[in-house]
Design a protein around this ligand. Sequence first.
Ligand code: AMP
Length: 225
Amino acid sequence: MPEAMRLILLGPPGAGKGTHAKLLSERYRIPHISTGDLLREIQNKDPLGLGQRVQRTMKEGKLVPDQIVTQLVAERIRRKDAARGFILDGFPRNVHQARELDTVLKYEEESIDLAVYFETSHRVVIERLAGRRVCSHCGANFHLVNIPPRKAEICDFCGGRLIQREDDREETVRKRLQVYKEETAGLVSYYEQLKKLRVISGDLTVSEGQKALIELLEREHVIHD
Ligand code: AMP
């Protein structure tokens, strides 16, 4: 069995990266690292200064400066719980971040195993983002149709109130998709050139997508239970 799994999930907002990362993290007991979540934490912990700048950028659907995000990730993947690997969700977001990540890993004599790209149709992305709800207390993700909470507007896990993410509103979604096209889509060829890219349909249901993902990881001998 391989010692570690260092995985990147790529795809537009709404492709299901967060949902699949969480399930893989529980199955293989390696951390799910979402830069969106790390940045939302900064906003809550430090509402002034950096937190305020981050909040403004996220609200506009733009990318937070590479240096801030790369440093956050570098610190996070050096933590002990990431010794057996990690699942990156939302990072890298452009080729510069991808190169920085390679440098950080190289220093530790490590490298990325695979980048899985969730190829997702525009229609599905819009439906998922419009219906997404998150817990205002623990951050768990739901969807009005695809992953409904047991009780309307209440989190199944902690009883917190479900809300729509501010950047899931229509106007910001448009900007995020534009940024994705301009900055993030180029990563597909970056990992293709490194022969690390694998593609899965992002239009599948959660259970179909998870099954396809596990089959892929096992076929590639990246990890086993
Ligand atoms: P997400 O939760 O991945 O959809 O990210 C939400 C927002 O956080 C994005 O629209 C960006 O403003 C910011 N963000 C998340 N990850 C990154 C990253 N790797 N680089 C820059 N900004 C990011």
